[in-house]
Each structure stands twice: as structure tokens, then as C-alpha cells.
Design a protein around this ligand. Sequence first.
Ligand code: ZN
Length: 90
Amino acid sequence: MNSRLAEEGRRKVVLHLAGCKACREEMALLIKLKKNQEENLKEVPQEIKTSAFSQIPKKKTWQNVFQCLDPLYDAMKLVGMTVRFATELI
Ligand SMILES: [Zn+2]
């Protein structure tokens, strides 16, 4: 019974994705974030560990600040998309 419900859920999601560009974009972002996360799980080389702080740009330009905020921006975008995805499926 449980697997039948899961199957119907999957069908519903797949059908929705087929017709909804916004949710397909969310899916693409999820895959991208998952890939980033997996890459970040790899062991950080010692030379990066010891020099990472010295590689932070000394000159604080707005561009540098925004670059640092990129991962946060992606996360916020994902939260927004997930909420929309959930409300559309209800
Ligand atoms: Zn949608």
C-alpha cells in the first residue's frame, strides 16, 4: 500500500515537472547544489586549509561582497522555489 502511494506521488511529480518550467528549474538547482555539496565533501588540501584566509581579497569591493554571498543567494532561491513547488502540488 505504501509503495503504491509512493508510486502515485512520483507520477504526480513527474507529470507536474513535465508541464512546469519553474519546478524543472528548481530540480536543476537541487541537482547543482547536491553536486556542489558532494564536491565540498572531498578532503580539502592542506595548502588550501592554511592559505584560505590569506586568499580572501583584501580590497572590499561590492563585487567581492556579492561573490561571497552567491551560495547564500542560491540557498534563498532554493527555499523560495521549494515553497512554490509544495504549494503547487497541494
Ligand atoms: Zn510547478
